[in-house]
Ligand binder design. Sequence first.
Ligand SMILES: *[C@@H]1O[C@H](CO)[C@@H](O)[C@H](O)[C@H]1NC(C)=O
Ligand SMILES: *[C@@H]1O[C@H](CO)[C@@H](O)[C@H](O)[C@H]1NC(C)=O
Length: 275
Amino acid sequence: MGLLGGKRRRRGIWVPARFLLPLLLLLPASKAGAPPSSASPASPRSPDMERQEEEIPPGNFPATRAARLLAHYITAQRGSPSRLFQVPTVLQARREHIPGVGNKYHLKVSLEEALQKSNAVNCTAEILYHHSDPHVAAEVHYTVEGELEINTEEADNKFYNKIKNLSEPLEAQKIPDNYGNMVAEMEPVRHLALVACAYVIWQISTEDTLYNLAQIESVKQVKRKDDYLEFSFVVLLHDMVSQEIIPWHMQVLWHPQHGVKVTQNSRQPKRAAQD
Ligand SMILES: *[C@@H]1O[C@H](CO)[C@@H](O)[C@H](O)[C@H]1NC(C)=O
Ligand SMILES: *[C@@H]1O[C@H](CO)[C@@H](O)[C@H](O)[C@H]1NC(C)=O
């Protein structure tokens, strides 16, 4: 990876600017160019005894970060290789400090499907970051006002049949490659990885992290006797706050009618190039 001249160097790993692009899918465009500085008022740990509640500016980082987590959560539940959700706008945000528990964000956002560009609908949500040790995933509840009009059945079935009909199991490395290039055929594979990553990111996020998928390091299809497609992914997750790049393994099942399931996932040791 060190051969890449002219790319940005971050904590010892070369991160081509293009690596940051996948996260655009889940982030309002204006935020992507400005990763948060650690000086932003991310999570004021006020004296833990008092219950406090305050309006926070909807465009500010703590609100947009909670909205990103909401988008990951909805994508993990309802995403597919042709269906990813994003929260382009936060309309209102309130943060409630619950002593001994954590911070709960009450959001009103607009929600849309990112790939087919559905209509946007309003959505109210509560995202509770537990401040507990050991870590537990944020608790997310949301209500969509109205219908998201999206139909991805045809696109999903097309991709499904294409993979099912391959004579050799799919196997690929570095999507996109270190120069940010990717053949168009790999788009649905990357979208599937984004859905699986959305689940992992929901599981591991804290109020102090902002993860996104930087690159699929490798993907290998596992032959199955049933109707599911199974893939073993190793992905690189990028935490924009700490700039850490973490390899993560995910075993993923998908069927167009039954959705995406991450059956196993684990953090992998960093290789020399990633330290
Ligand atoms: C979403 O809510 C805002 C007010 O917060 C309202 O102005 C807008 O019309 C709503 N949009 C939809 C699609 O209902
Ligand atoms: C895959 O094979 C099935 C039958 O085996 C066929 O109906 C379908 O059209 C094929 N799909 C593609 C994309 O080649």
